[in-house]
Design a protein around this ligand. Structure first.
Ligand code: ADP
Ligand code: MG
Length: 449
């Protein structure tokens, strides 16, 4: 059989077994490049499709091919359209060839810093100028200028980026300093488990050796009395030694409910800087910078359309852009303004009103070609664990569901399982661009359902 015929036969069978949306997503622009001596090399348009064909459909594809031609022993996948390129690719191990495309960002386990968050990548405009200037000053003279530095502002406006930039800059200029970034939620969990394991002493010691302590999202300390007390002592110990403390919150200290007065006055005792909503020019500048990073340029009217429709959240601005980037990767076609409008329309219609947990779970299982009963089961299989974690992550991100609710909704799991899942996916997305693309596509389905 000719290789074209062979692949057509494979596609025909696959098409019978998966949804047309999945078929279009994963099998478009695929072909067999060569087939000899039992080896088949399949060409795929991008690393995204490669991973999926290898991991998710690999076995099926092999079975079908083997049934058509019993000589076939191995199927490999390569990115690229020309035979030359693909043959070259076939000489290096497939997984490596695919990964070279991604920029890898590794969160440091000791400091919890992600090197991708730097001042260089932080766009400054009138809305965040002060917060930026104060952060910059602190990074140049930790412990000596503003202590503590307290940054506040709404979600998705760059607090974490700024805080992490301080950490990265300090480590660069003062490599001997001990830096630690931690979210207040994690800090709370640390206190709780230290109490449970009776290891409070070592917990205390660990925090008191730090030169720069960054605590993100301190609004979560609300009502956590034991943690507040612990943090109060840590704060004082560091402060007295001129160690730098940086805090963030979604609101100013006085608006955090159930926060002990002594802690509130500590928070207010240094410099507070807020981040407001970005103006139009900065929104466009951010979109341009982010598309440049991804080496894709969109036309002015497309950027203008996004910037006009998302005004209060930089993460959403990036999300919209990523949707267009994912589209362009899969279809090898840059969306023009009309297509961009169609692709983004659902994102701009106040999404919270139109979605519910059922829709989210439905979109996830369809995307991964599973059934709802699979992900609410207690299976530990990799093909099921990952989609389950993605569903948990999306319930949290898109609906702000509570962890106990998420656990229950996915088959009576514990809330710690939900927390772990959300953290895992967030971490994975930092270093694995494919996962981010998958999640973009799933969101696209959630909002267009
Ligand atoms: P927050 O912690 O306030 O919720 P983040 O710091 O997580 O927000 O920011 C959300 C996303 O937007 C991140 O990907 C971040 O890199 C990006 N971002 C926010 N502000 C800026 C900025 N001024 N310049 C470039 N990117 C930004
Ligand atoms: Mg944050």
């Amino acid at each position: 059989m000719e290789k074209e015929e062979l692949w057509q036969a494979v596609l025909a069978q696959i098409q019978l077994n998966i949804s047309s949306a999945n078929f279009a997503t994963w099998f478009k622009n695929t072909s067999i490049l060569f087939c000899k001596e039992g080896q088949v090399l399949v060409s795929v348009p991008n690393s995204f499709a490669k991973e999926w064909l290898e991991n998710k459909y690999g076995k099926t594809i092999f079975k079908i091919l083997y049934n058509l031609d019993k000589e076939i022993k191995e199927v490999k996948y390569a990115i690229g359209k020309s035979e030359q390129k693909a043959q070259k690719a076939s000489y290096c191990p497939p997984s490596e060839a695919g990964q070279l495309e991604f920029e890898e960002f590794q969160v440091n386990k000791e400091t919890n810093l992600n090197p991708k968050y730097t001042f260089e990548k932080f766009i400054v405009g009138p809305f965040n100028e002060l917060a930026h200037a104060a952060s910059w000053a602190v990074s140049k003279k930790p412990g000596l200028v503003y202590n503590p530095l307290f940054i506040y502002g709404g979600v998705g406006l760059g607090k974490t980026h700024l805080l992490q930039s301080i950490g990265n800059a300090v480590l660069k200029d003062f490599p001997q300093k001990k830096v630690k970034y931690i979210s207040a939620e994690k800090f709370i969990a640390g206190v709780v488990s230290s109490i449970k394991n009776q290891s409070m002493e070592s917990f205390k010691i660990k925090y008191r050796e730090i030169d720069l302590l960054i605590l993100d999202d301190v609004q979560f300390l609300a009502g956590k009395e034991k943690t507040q007390e612990e943090f109060f002592h840590t704060f004082n110990a560091l402060y007295e030694k001129n160690k730098q403390i940086v805090l963030s919150s979604d609101r100013p200290p006085k608006a955090i409910p159930a926060l002990a007065e002594r802690l509130r006055s500590r928070f207010e005792g240094g410099m507070t800087g807020d981040i407001g909503y970005p103006d139009y020019e900065t929104r466009v500048a951010i979109l341009k910078a982010k598309s440049q990073e991804k080496e894709i340029s969109f036309s002015e009217d497309v950027l203008d359309y996004i910037a006009n429709n998302i005004q209060k959240n930089i993460r959403e601005l990036e999300g919209a852009l990523n949707r267009l980037v994912a589209y362009q990767k899969i279809n090898n076609q840059k969306p023009d303004i009309d297509l961009a409008k169609a692709l983004l329309k659902n994102l701009f219609l106040s999404p919270n009103k139109t979605i519910n947990p059922k829709k989210i779970i439905q979109a996830v299982v369809e995307f991964y070609d599973l059934k709802e009963k699979d992900i609410i089961s207690s299976s530990r299989k990799k093909e099921i664990v990952k989609p389950r974690q993605v569903a948990m992550y999306l319930l949290r991100e898109e609906m702000k569901s509570s962890y106990p609710f998420i656990g229950r909704r996915l088959g009576g799991k514990d809330h710690t399982t939900a927390i772990h899942a959300c953290e895992k996916i967030t971490r994975e997305m930092e270093k694995n661009e494919t996962l981010g693309d998958e999640i973009s596509l799933i969101k696209q389905r959630i909002y267009s359902a």
